[in-house]
Design a protein. Structure first.
Length: 353
């Protein structure tokens, strides 16, 4: 396996292209900047359907979608994460994931940090350190602390949140089947989780069994892989994964930050496995930048724009699974993706947005 990052070199036969790397001060500026760029490109004569915006998570893609709507730009979002945009939907989906698998560390970390100061980072660090020393999982350690058989100092806030999670899970475990789980966790009439409820119920009906693991797997597949038409009259916004087989004269990749592109492997992941995961994400990024479709005969060289921001709210970063470089006053400080540096010496110099 190749572990050394590659650097790209231009192919003269492909002709010239318009490539820009733009860094914004914060996520709000990135959203506004991308939306304004798209508006200007459309105003200059590019059809909206010729523009493809790629961002790995809805925390970045969805605000851009909303900003384009506000500018009256025809736009379609292909994030099933749209079903998870509301805080209520995110909370209930995290509970659902723990209902199926108590060892889902991402869901557990999100839930026990959600309402805490600085995401209960100091308390969770103590839990993690105890786990590293003993071999326990975070769920096992917190369960022992909550039951009084283990003491970890200064974890009171996390344990209180964990107890609330346990109460919700116990209530779900008492229900007779998954239909009842949907009705309890995603009740009809609650507009904040309507789309998630509809998708969960439809997935269960298609499955035809009460196998909770298979149901969650199929639900997550439905969330992450909606069908995307290759021809459309609107700006398309989606993850890099969903852009397979698509191309566009204008391609924008937003959210090019460490911790998201690439995501960091879980602590304790074997070195070879971690390297393989980074390599797969590198490949995905390189595939993403190749989505640009030029038409040199018509004088359209193709445009590639890569954007990233230096800061975002910590809650947004945690909700998206982004590992920040550092945290200060509930603001996550971010670094540009290593993949941008790997574009090599022929890449344009990043500019401030």
């Amino acid at each position: 396996m190749r572990l050394v990052p590659r650097q790209l070199t231009p192919r003269a036969e492909n002709g010239p292209g318009d490539v820009r790397i733009i860094q914004y001060q914060n996520l709000g500026d990135e959203v506004t900047g991308v939306a304004d760029l798209v508006r200007d490109i459309v105003d200059a004569g590019t059809p909206p359907g010729d523009i493809l915006i790629l961002a790995q998570r809805g925390v970045i893609g969805t605000p851009i979608y909303e900003a384009l709507q506000g500018r009256n730009i025809p736009v379609r979002s292909y994030y099933s994460e749209a079903e998870l945009d509301s805080a209520a939907a995110q909370h209930r989906f995290a509970i659902l994931k723990l209902f199926v698998d108590r060892e889902d560390r991402v869901a557990l970390r999100w839930l026990v940090g959600l309402d805490g100061n600085n995401w209960n980072a100091s308390g969770y660090r103590r839990v993690r350190e105890h786990c590293e020393a003993t071999g326990l999982t975070p769920w096992q350690a917190l369960h022992q602390v909550a039951s009084g058989t283990l003491q970890i100092p200064y974890t009171g806030n996390i344990v209180a949140a964990f107890n609330q999670v346990m109460t919700e899970l116990d209530a779900l475990e008492a229900l007779p089947d998954l239909t009842a789980v949907i009705d309890s966790l995603l009740p009809a009439g609650d507009d904040s989780i309507r789309d998630l409820r509809d998708l969960a119920a439809r997935t269960l009906q298609q499955l035809g069994t009460n196998d909770r693991e298979e149901w969650l797997f199929q639900l997550m597949q439905a969330i992450s892989q909606p069908e995307v038409p290759s021809e459309i009259a609107d700006v398309r916004i989606m993850s890099l994964h969903k852009s397979k087989g698509l191309s566009a004269p204008v391609t924008i990749i937003s959210g090019c930050v460490e911790g998201l592109l690439p995501r960091q492997p879980e602590q304790g992941t074997p070195a070879a496995e971690a390297a393989a995961a980074i390599e797969e994400q590198r490949r995905l990024f390189f595939v993403g930048i190749s989505r640009v479709k030029s038409d040199l005969a018509s004088g359209r060289p193709g445009m590639l724009i890569l954007t990233n921001s230096r800061r975002m709210p910590l809650a947004s970063a945690m909700g998206a699974g982004i590992s920040p470089a550092s945290v200060q006053y509930n603001i996550a400080r971010l670094q540009a993706s290593r993949f941008i540096a790997e574009l090599g010496p022929y890449a344009p110099t990043p500019i401030a947005g």
